[in-house]
Design a protein around this ligand. Structure first.
Ligand code: GRG
Length: 289
């Protein structure tokens, strides 16, 4: 078992139990609480909370209930973004995490409101811990117009825009904002929370930047590698849908090379830290390489 797998199998049930116990019970209206909990408890790898907790571990910070609450706050925010991304006005998806999407299950207005409610609740959970104002600044920057929402806007705005298809700089920036910023924010929050010195913080943030960048490439590769293997030829659902991403830009083989380069770079950033656990997160990618 890799270090990541061990950490994941210990902490994922703790994260899930915390969410199960606290999410719906902290919402007065039981119906909206149920709708919010439906998407949060639908599964999910809990990658961002695990990254937050792993970074604390790397820095030797003890993990207790307050730290788990902050980690779960990040997951609430991530789930809000997934619910809204699936809406008819955006990706119009029927399934997420192996279940019906929120709007398919509960209705569109309900899904919008469940997402709207998860965002501030996530921020609240983060704000209730120590170093509150610094953590809230990091998370709100990471998911705002200069972060995740900005990236989502660029994505929507560039769909079916052929002139963007070959623009690597644009695609890089869009993917970084959409996916990378929240991943980087999760690590940055932990570095600040644990009181990392500036050298440790720089290394961790550099690692998180490579990890955040590589995660989007991995996520797109997972889909395309599986469907292409089944079809016996390179098949891009994203391209057919007019989307632009690293994979539609570079193709499978070059994207794999890009991912391999990012992995090496990400690992190199951890030199001098107790970085074995964080480095082992990159083992996730073996599936597509
Ligand atoms: C709608 C404001 C707004 C933002 C949407 C996150 C996002 C921005 C869109 C989701 C679509 C998507 C696939 C984005 C890339 C980020 C990503 C890889 C999300 C999936 O994260 P995982 O793999 O999913 O961690 P689980 O379900 O395991 O949590």
């Amino acid at each position: 078992m890799t270090v990541f797998k061990e950490f994941q199998s210990h902490w994922t049930p703790i994260i899930n139990n915390y969410l199960e116990k606290h999410l719906a019970s902290e919402v007065d209206d039981k119906k909206i609480g149920k709708i919010m909990a439906y998407s949060v408890m639908a599964g999910g790898k809990r990658l961002r909370p695990l990254l937050f907790l792993s970074t604390l571990y790397t820095l030797g910070k003890k993990i207790g209930e307050q730290e788990v609450r902050i980690a779960c706050g990040i997951e609430l925010i991530h789930t809000y973004s997934l619910i809204h991304d699936d809406l008819p006005a955006m990706d119009n998806d029927n399934y997420r995490r192996g279940k019906l999407t929120s709007h398919k299950k509960w209705g569109e207005a309900e899904a919008i409101l469940a997402g709207d409610a998860l965002l501030p609740m996530g921020i609240q959970w983060i704000a209730e811990g120590s170093k509150s104002s610094q953590l809230v600044t990091i998370i709100t920057r990471a998911v705002g117009p200069n972060g995740m929402v900005g990236g989502q806007y660029l994505d929507i705005d560039s769909t079916n825009n052929a002139s963007v298809a070959g623009n690597a700089k644009f695609i890089n920036r869009m993917e970084w904002l959409k996916t990378g910023c929240l991943i980087e924010g999760s690590v940055k929050m932990a570095a600040v929370y644990a009181g990392a010195d500036s050298e440790q913080k720089d290394k961790l943030v550099a690692f998180a930047k490579d990890f955040g960048r590589s995660y989007q490439i991995y996520d797109d590769l997972v889909d395309v590698v599986e469907t292409s293997e089944e079809a016996g030829k390179e098949t891009h659902k994203d391209k057919e849908e007019g989307k632009n991403n690293t994979l539609t830009l570079l193709g499978i083989d070059q994207s794999r090379k890009e991912l391999t380069n990012l992995i090496d770079h990400a690992k190199a950033n951890l030199t001098g830290l107790n970085g074995q656990l964080l480095a082992s997160f990159l083992d996730l990618y073996k599936k597509v390489l």
